[in-house]
Design a protein around this ligand. Structure first.
Ligand code: NDP
Length: 241
């Protein structure tokens, strides 16, 4: 990794994306971090600014950017499934975008509680609004509380090739008034998204998030706003949706 980063610098790159297993390991090789990348402790987009190499995290930003076109997160109550890298990025960015409550629902208590600790300490200290975060162990079918505004699947359930897997939730607890988001980009129409549509929920799929983080990366590197529609169409061709 160090040789690759040195190579990018030597060849005058304006930046690069990096993914698992380099999102944390790249940090000591950089000169600084953007605000949310510092809170998450993970970088997926490196940007050259002058002679400085700065680590950003566009996963959560892409999610919030695509969500905010149709749903204002400020003051909202969120149920977030998952506590891995995607969930962490989304939880931090939703908090920075002003949500007031979030329930982290995860199988493993260790990861779930660790994310809640991050949200109730460093993240809560960085946001102006009051932020409540709690952990709920996921064993059996989860009952989504009635007062929930936004439900997010940030687990890998439903990712190709396991396309028939869906979230263990009490079906009737998903109400049409809830906005539903899924991070799975392939296939974008997951069983969970299908269920949400059947319940009358407004939805955004994982392809929107993937495209939006790409648009932000291109903006960081070039100052150009790429057309998300063209990017989505190209991805749909790749995924043959
Ligand atoms: P991680 O491995 O870090 O986390 C996976 C999460 O899924 C954990 O919370 C894990 O729970 C949970 N999980 C996995 N299988 C199950 C199951 N059968 N039942 C319950 N929980 C389960 O992965 P990432 O967070 O990096 O990625 C998660 C998904 O997000 C991937 O599918 C990836 O494709 C997608 N993603 C999409 C992006 C986009 O732009 N659309 C960007 C980044 C990621 P536990 O902790 O208990 O193991």
């Amino acid at each position: 990794l160090a040789a690759a980063v040195a190579g990018a610098k030597a060849m005058g790159f304006v930046g690069f994306n990096c993914t698992i297993p380099h999102k944390v390991a790249v940090i000591p090789l950089l000169d600084g971090l953007g605000d949310s990348a510092a809170l998450m402790g993970a970088v997926n987009c490196v940007v050259r600014r002058g002679d400085q190499w700065i680590g950003e995290n566009t996963d959560g930003k892409g999610f919030v950017e695509s969500l905010s076109l149709r749903f204002d997160p400020a003051g909202k109550n969120v149920v977030l499934f998952g506590a891995g890298g995607a969930a962490r990025a989304i939880a931090v960015e939703l908090s920075l975008a002003g949500i007031s409550e979030v329930t982290i629902v995860n199988r493993s208590e260790e990861r779930g509680s660790e994310l809640v600790k991050l949200l109730t300490t460093r993240v809560a200290e960085s946001v102006p609004q009051s932020l409540q975060a709690r952990f709920q162990q996921w064993d059996g079918e989860f009952q989504i509380p009635t007062e929930t505004d936004l439900v997010v699947n940030a687990t890998s359930i439903g990712l190709y090739p396991n396309i028939n897997d869906t979230l263990p939730i009490v079906r009737k607890s998903l109400r049409g008034s809830m906005f539903v988001a899924d991070v799975i980009p392939n296939p974008p129409e997951t069983k969970f998204i299908q269920l949400a549509k059947d319940c009358g929920c407004e939805v955004i799929d994982g392809l929107e998030m993937l495209v939006a983080q790409g648009v932000i990366g291109i903006r960081h590197w070039s100052g150009v706003d790429a057309d998300p529609l063209i990017m989505r169409q190209a991805l749909e061709r790749v995924f043959e949706t």
